[in-house]
Every structure is written in structure tokens, then in C-alpha cells.
Design a protein around this ligand. Structure first.
Ligand code: R5P
Length: 279
């Protein structure tokens, strides 16, 4: 049984269609902006689905209120499926005096939820901050399925070494080669960025990553691939955070941009709902 928070409304129709049972809740805001939630059904176990895209803070507070209300109503086991977990990139202290923000969010959710499921978290090591069972769900299967027909003889690339595992997972689903971009110093003054040990000339390329924010990473990677003679450039990313104007810029630089619907955007063409139903 699912409870749909405000960050999960865009997933509700498909969840229902594919057989998910939804528990009714009332979600609204008080005139001063504070959130109000009320659980209208009952039960023992439930999975709350809510992604924490902007405005992030109010969706996080709503998850806490839902957790509190569900416990109050006697639910014994609570699972939170948070497809995009806000603050997950703030995973270390870079200047003295800063918090580890993702830890604060996970600890707060841990006050109410027994299990936490997050899609393609920026740094999987941060899952240890959640006090209960925490799972990083891979979108590799749904991303691979979306691009399967367009990539018969293609290559999967990660924009940097850190994302290589993502490229590998998608490539293995598709039975394709994979690699990553790397900076190489070619002279004391020159740095070259190119895919490592792989020839992209005349090949279709799928670039995968966890997040597109400004689009800078993807635009740079696409520019390099064009110069190296790649045929078609596809981008398949998990979270379309997209700051103002980023969708248009990336769309111009590549042949096709598709992200999953962990965040609803105009290019969220890949659904994670089948994966939620498997959890
Ligand atoms: C970086 O570590 C992430 O994996 C993404 O590559 C990054 O957040 C993308 O940001 P942008 O779209 O602003 O280049």
C-alpha cells in the first residue's frame, strides 16, 4: 500500500494503473504556508512515495509529518521511497562550520521510517547515515530499455570516472561497450578531455550521469564527441534538476535528451514506476 506525498503526485496515475494500492491522505497548506497532512485510511505497513525536488524543504517536512501521522495511526512499518533525495550532493564538509546536509536529512527521516529507498543517490556511501535499511535503487534497467532501439551498435559513456559504475550498469543491460571521459595532460600547457581507450567515430553514444543541473557537464561532453566524429549523441540521466534554461541548452547540444521521472520535467520520458513496484 502506498501513500503519495506532494513530490509523488506525478507518479500516482501510473502506480495505480500498474496495480499499486493507494491509501488516501489529505495534503494541504495552512494560509501561513505550513503543511497539513491527514491519513484517511489505516493499516500496518505502508510505503510513502515522495520525491524532494524544489521546493525541497517543504517536501522534506511533509515526509516527516506523514511519518508522524502514520505512526500516530498505528502503522508499524514505514518505508520511504524518495526518488530524488534533496541535499544528497552536500555530502562533505568543504569549509569549516558546514553541516553534512545529507546526513541531517537522513537522520531526520530515520526518526520515522524503517526503510529508505533512493534512486541513484549522488554518493552511495552516504546511505550509511540513515539509521535503518537504506537502498540505492539503480535506474539502469529503465534507462537501458528506453534507449535500446536507438543504440544497436553504440557505446555508453560516463562524463567522468566517478560515474563509470552508472555507465557500466546501463551498458551491461544493453550488451554494449562502456567507458568514461578523462582529462589527460598532453603538454605542460594543454589538457585534453576525451573518452578513455575507446573510439567513438561513427558510433552512436549514450552519455549517462546521475544529475543534470546547469547542463555544463553534458554540453562539454557532447562538444568533444562531435569533434571526435560520433554519429548520434543521446543523454540518459536519472535526475533532471535543470536550472533555468538548461533543458534548452542540452537539447541543442545533443540528438536526444531523456531523464527519468524522479523529478517531473518536460523531458522526463523514462519512468521509474516499474522499479518502485519491484521494491
Ligand atoms: C557531478 O558530480 C554530478 O555527477 C553531475 O555530473 C553534475 O552535478 C552535473 O552538473 P551540471 O549539469 O551543472 O554540469
Amino acid at each position: 500500500m502506498f501513500v503519495i506525498g506532494s513530490g509523488g503526485r506525478h507518479l500516482e496515475g501510473e502506480l495505480r494503473k500498474l496495480g499499486g494500492e493507494i491509501l488516501s491522505v489529505e495534503l494541504k497548506k495552512f494560509p501561513d504556508g505550513e503543511k497539513y497532512v491527514r491519513i484517511l485510511g489505516s493499516g500496518k505497513e505502508v510505503t510513502v512515495v515522495s520525491s524532494t525536488f524544489a521546493p525541497q524543504d517543504e517536501k522534506i517536512v511533509e515526509l516527516l509529518l506523514l511519518g508522524d501521522a502514520l505512526r500516530e495511526k498505528g502503522f508499524k512499518k514505514l518505508r520511504a521511497v524518495v526518488p530524488y533525495l534533496a541535499y544528497s550532493r552536500q555530502d562533505r564538509v568543504t569549509k569549516e562550520g558546514e553541516p553534512i546536509s545529507v546526513r541531517a536529512v537522513m537522520r531526520a527521516l530515520g526518526l520515522y521510517y524503517d526503510e529508505l529507498y533512493v534512486f541513484d543517490i549522488h554518493n552511495p556511501e552516504t546511505l550509511r547515515f540513515f539509521p535503518g535499511k537504506a537502498v540505492n535503487v539503480s535506474p539502469a534497467r529503465v534507462i537501458a530499455n528506453y534507449f535500446r532501439k536507438k543504440l544497436d551498435d553504440g557505446i555508453v559513456l560516463a562524463p567522468d570516472r566517478g560515474a563509470l559504475g552508472r555507465a557500466r550498469a546501463v551498458a551491461e543491460e544493453l550488451g554494449l561497450e562502456y567507458s568514461h571521459f578523462e582529462k589527460r595532460r598532453v603538454s605542460p600547457t594543454e589538457v585534453e578531455i576525451r573518452p578513455v581507450d575507446i573510439n567513438v567515430q561513427n558510433k552512436n553514444v549514450l552519455i549517462v550521469d546521475d544529475i543534470i543541473s546547469t547542463g555544463g557537464t553534458m554540453i562539454k561532453a557532447a562538444g568533444i564527441l562531435r569533434k571526435l566524429g560520433a554519429r548520434k549523441i543521446f543523454v540518459g540521466v536519472t535526475h533532471g534538476v535543470f536550472v533555468e534554461g538548461a533543458i534548452e541548452k542540452v537539447n541543442k547540444a545533443v540528438d536526444e535528451l531523456a531523464v527519468t521521472n524522479t523529478i517531473p520535467t518536460s523531458v522526463s520520458r523514462i519512468s521509474i514506476v516499474p522499479e518502485i513496484l519491484l521494491l
